[in-house]
Design a protein around this ligand. Structure first.
Ligand code: ZN
Length: 134
């Protein structure tokens, strides 16, 4: 929804983001619309290291960010090929950019596939991505 141009209705995945990360720019008509760009946080580590325990503890506190587990998408998406992992990361980022329009950044727990973040199309919608390995 955030990526659909409100002026011409273009819904293709080819939007640009202004250098100051304040506006999305339609490549078809040039229209610009404001969005909230925020940092994204990834809590990572091997299976069993304590990501979920840490996330559960964070859920009990008042935080300025939302806490989500990337496994819920992993479990409903194919994950056999590199392309599958790339798509998984794109979906995490797409979901995050839409949710953060509510005013809070997200922290995801995720065990792998971090190498796909920086090259992802949806990376452009975030000011920074911080990775914390436990
Ligand atoms: Zn447009």
């Amino acid at each position: 929804m955030l990526g659909i141009c409100p002026k011409c209705g273009d819904y293709k995945w080819d939007k640009n983001v202004s250098e100051d990360k304040q506006y999305i720019i339609c490549q078809q008509c040039g229209h610009r619309w404001k969005f909230k760009s925020m940092p994204l946080f990834i809590l990572t580590g091997c299976s069993g290291v304590g990501k979920t325990t840490t996330a559960q503890e964070l859920l009990q506190r008042d935080t300025r960010f939302l806490v989500m587990d990337a496994d819920f998408l992993f479990n409903i998406m194919p994950h056999d090929t590199n392309e599958d992992y790339r798509n998984w990361v794109e979906q995490i980022l797409s979901l995050s950019k839409n949710i953060m329009q509510g005013g809070k950044p997200l922290l995801w727990t995720q065990a792998g596939a971090l190498e796909y973040y920086e090259a992802a199309y949806n990376r452009r919608f975030f000011t920074e991505i911080y990775y914390l390995a436990v």
